[in-house]
Write a protein of this length. Sequence first.
Length: 234
Amino acid sequence: MDPLKTIKSEAVSADMSFLEMLDVLNEELSEKGEDPVHFDHDCREGICGMCSLHINGKPHGPQQTTTCQLHMRSFKDGDTITIEPWRAKAFPVMKDLVVDRSAFDRIIQAGGYVSVNTGGVPDANEIPIPKKIADEAFDAATCIGCGACVAACKNASAMLFTSAKISQLALLPQGQVERKERAEKMIAQMDAEGFGACTNTGACSAECPKGISLTNIARMNREYFSAVVSSNNV
Ligand code: SF4
Ligand code: FES
C-alpha cells in the first residue's frame, strides 16, 4: 500500500464540509494533472453511511458525527490533517480512502429481513406497539452501516452494527417469524467475515455517529443464547 502523502491546499475555508474540502483538493490535483484522492460518499446528509474516513486517528474525525457532517471549522488554520481509510481485515482497502464494506451487506443478507404474507397492504396501526419498544427499535434502526464502530474497536469487532440490525427486528412483532435463527445466522456470518470479538471497551458506541447504544449488544447476546438453548432442546 502507498505510504501517507502530504498534499497542500490554500483554498480551504472554515465553512466547507470535510468532503467539500476533499473536492477542492481533488480539483487542484486534477488541474495539475495528478491523480485525485479516491474517497466514498453519497448522500452528504449523514444518512447513507458511505463517507467513512479515519481523520486524525478517529473514525469520522473529532466530532461524533459522520465525515460529511464534519466542517473544517473543527480544525485550526494551517493544520496538517491525517486521513486514512478504515483499518480492519474485513474491510479491505480498494484504493486510497475507499474500503470494501460489503461484509456488512452479507451480514444483513444472512438474517436482517422479515417474512410477510403477500396480499393487501395492512393498515399502518393494525398492530399496536408500545411507545418504549417503538422508540428502542427506531434508535437501533438509525444505524447507517458506516463501519465507524469497527474502525474504533481495537478488535475490529462488528458487534455494535450487527446488534443494531438484530435489535431493530427482534423488538417488533413483525420481526418474530425469523427471530429464532436470525441472531445465530447473522453472528455466524459476522464471524465468517473476519470481524473480531467484543471485549466491552465501548469505543464503538463512543464513536458511533448515531449514538447506537451498547444495550443492543446485550440484547443480541440474549437473542443468541436463547436461540441456541431452544435449538438444543428441540
Ligand atoms: S453502529 Fe454506529 S458506527 Fe456502527 S455502523 Fe451503525 S451507525 Fe456506524
Ligand atoms: S455521505 Fe452519506 S452519511 Fe456521509
